[in-house]
Every structure is written in structure tokens, then in C-alpha cells.
Design a protein around this ligand. Structure first.
Ligand code: HEM
Length: 208
């Protein structure tokens, strides 16, 4: 059928780079991640894992330990069910394999080198380069570690095996803190890359 005669809906679908469910789950995930991080910092301050390191209260959420726990426990359901839906949809639609694979250490190093030389092409916004694929898979795994270590801390009596696999309650807190720090690092790099390629933000907002 001639492109001009094509119904508008199918024309839009053909141009879609990020389907609606990816965009909705991405922004819900970003909201949940930020709420969890800011309230987590307040919880951390109430009993710092590293005695000499605390987070300035001004950049935390919740006002006090009780308030921060309420935020943390509310946002964790959003983070968990949203992540579950995102992963399930990615697997069922086959998007997970087509968007994030194939991937190899050689391809990551190659694309990283090209990116540092400013030679990486962003001409095709529907395609992730190897560094992006790696970063997105990394953050998915990191959020999974955050959820599992969080569960080990929250329900350490009910899940003794999980707690022991983490090396005990105190180590689970260190794991949780390290995974949070890696997420914070990802967000800084992620936002820098989005600022450098603003076209990608449009695809994550309107789909194309
Ligand atoms: C706060 C936690 C965040 C996490 C964990 C996160 C994670 C991700 C992941 C995993 C993807 C790939 C999604 C997929 O294709 O299935 C992605 C894509 C994207 N994210 Fe985020 N994101 C976060 C916040 C943000 C924020 C605040 C912005 C913008 C201000 C943003 C802008 C984008 C854009 C534009 C893309 C598409 C990149 C492209 O097409 O090249 N993200 N993000």
C-alpha cells in the first residue's frame, strides 16, 4: 500500500522506536529509583554502614527515619512490579534478545574506543551501541541485586538462607550500599549521555 494511503495508526507503529510499555516502565522506574535512593540515604544516615561517611540531610527524602522508611517501602513495590513487568514484556516480545544482543567484550571495547574519539554514530536511534547494551544490562542486574539485598535486610529473619548467601546481615547492608553507589554512577553517566544525544530523549518520550 502506498505510504500516503496508509492508515495513520499503522504508519505511527512502523516509526515507533520505543514502544509505549518501554516508555511507561522506563519513567516509572526512574521515579521509583530516585525515590528509593533519596529515602535510602536518610535511612543510611540513621545508622551509617561506614562510620565516617554520612549523606547531607538536605538531599535526602523522608525528614526522619520513620518517614524515610515509609517512602522506601512504598516505592519498592513500584520498583519491583514495574521491573517484573518490563522484564516479562521484554522476554515475551523477543525485544530482550534483539535489542541487547549480540554483545561481546570486544564489541564493548571497540565502541568505547570509538565513543572516546567522538566517532560513534548516532544516526540510527533504533539501535543501541555495544556500550549502551552493556550499560543497560548492567543496570538491570544492579537493580536485581538491590532488590535481593534489600529483601535480605528487610526480612533477614524470614529468609535466613538469603541472608547467609549475602554473608550475613551486615554484609548484606554493604552489598546494598555498593549496588546503590553503582546505580548512582550509572545515573550520572546515563544523564550525561542523554544530554550529549538529546534526540534519544525524544524517542523515550514520544516513541519515535
Ligand atoms: C533514574 C534511573 C534510571 C534508570 C535506572 C534508567 C535506565 C534505563 C534503561 C535500562 C534504558 C534502556 C531501556 C530499554 O531500551 O529497554 C534507558 C533508556 C533511556 N533513558 Fe534512562 N534510566 C533512568 C533515568 C533516566 C532519566 C532521568 C532520563 C532523562 C532525563 C533518562 C533517559 C533515557 C533515554 C533518553 C533512554 C533511551 C536511550 C537511547 O535511545 O539511546 N533515563 N534508561
Amino acid at each position: 500500500m502506498n505510504a500516503i494511503l496508509k492508515p495513520r495508526a499503522s504508519h505511527d507503529a512502523a516509526r515507533t522506536i520505543q514502544p509505549a510499555w518501554v516508555r511507561i516502565t522506563h519513567w516509572l522506574n526512574a521515579l521509583a529509583a530516585v525515590l528509593m535512593m533519596l529515602s535510602g540515604w536518610r535511612i543510611y544516615d540513621a545508622s551509617p554502614v561506614f562510620q565516617s561517611f554520612t549523606i547531607p540531610p538536605g538531599i535526602t527524602l523522608g525528614g526522619w527515619l520513620g518517614g524515610a522508611l515509609q517512602w522506601h517501602f512504598a516505592a519498592m513495590w513500584l520498583l519491583f512490579f514495574n521491573a517484573l513487568f518490563y522484564l516479562a514484556m521484554n522476554l515475551v516480545t523477543g525485544r530482550f534478545m534483539s535489542k541487547f544482543f549480540p554483545l561481546s567484550p570486544r564489541a564493548i571495547l571497540h565502541d568505547l574506543g570509538e565513543a572516546l574519539k567522538g566517532r560513534l554514530s548516532h544516526a540510527d536511534p533504533s539501535h543501541y551501541n555495544a556500550v549502551q547494551k552493556f550499560a543497560y544490562l548492567f543496570v538491570m542486574l544492579d537493580i536485581a541485586v538491590l532488590i535481593v539485598s534489600g529483601l535480605a535486610i528487610w526480612k533477614s529473619v524470614q529468609f535466613p538462607l538469603l541472608r547467609e548467601l549475602m554473608g550475613g546481615y551486615d554484609r548484606a547492608r554493604v552489598v546494598h550500599f555498593c549496588a546503590m553507589s553503582l546505580l548512582a554512577g550509572f545515573i550520572v553517566v546515563h544523564l550525561t549521555m542523554v544530554a550529549l544525544v538529546p534526540r534519544s530523549l525524544l524517542t523515550m518520550i514520544r516513541g519515535h
